[in-house]
Design a protein around this ligand. Sequence first.
Ligand code: 13P
Length: 224
Amino acid sequence: MLLEELRKEIVFYGQEMLKSGLTMHTGGNLSARDPKTGLIVIKPTSLPYRTMRPEDVPVIDENGKMIDGSLKPSSEWPMHTMIYQAMPRVMGIVHDHSIHATACSVADIEIPLIMHEICIYCSSPVKVAAFEVPGTPELGQSALKYLGDNDIVLLGQHGPLAVGATLWHAFDAACAVEQAASMLLVARQLGGTVSPVPSTGRKALRSADPLLGPDGQPPEIKAV
Ligand code: 13P
């Protein structure tokens, strides 16, 4: 099977999204790019993660052309392919509908860097992008506006999206933003002061992100 290991990763992390409470049933989507061929494996549209098998996972090229598989790719393939075209270093993308991060996208509340995990993936608070209709290229443009310095963006009134140097990193970033959004809510309810991690700590943590260049600079974003 073409890109068998990468297709298995889509099934594995799709099921991890369910188990971790990042999504329900068929919601959200994830993809990974093969660094050797540039081909993309992406979740099939509207298929439950629970029963998904590696052979169900479509393989497309960076223009969305079907290369292998019998099921249609996620309806969000335009957003995924646009991000891969614009960000050559990105090899994995996770978009989910986790409760607290999605609530922030609905309430138009950016998420400050209050926990160490999210500091690895972001240089500034996680922004809320303008709402665009799911499945359109406009949604991809809206997401790209806030990627680069940060690996995570909240799609307005929709949910978080995380990119990574691998699918593992994109999934880890998706967990980190849900954790930060949950802690923001609980900490504010407790009534104490909710402050970002101090800047020296943030800088040290941020350097662990493999999406940054050897010079520590954020990944290049090309116009698409
Ligand atoms: P797909 O099943 O087509 O990936 O759509 C799910 C979704 O949540 C769109 O945002």
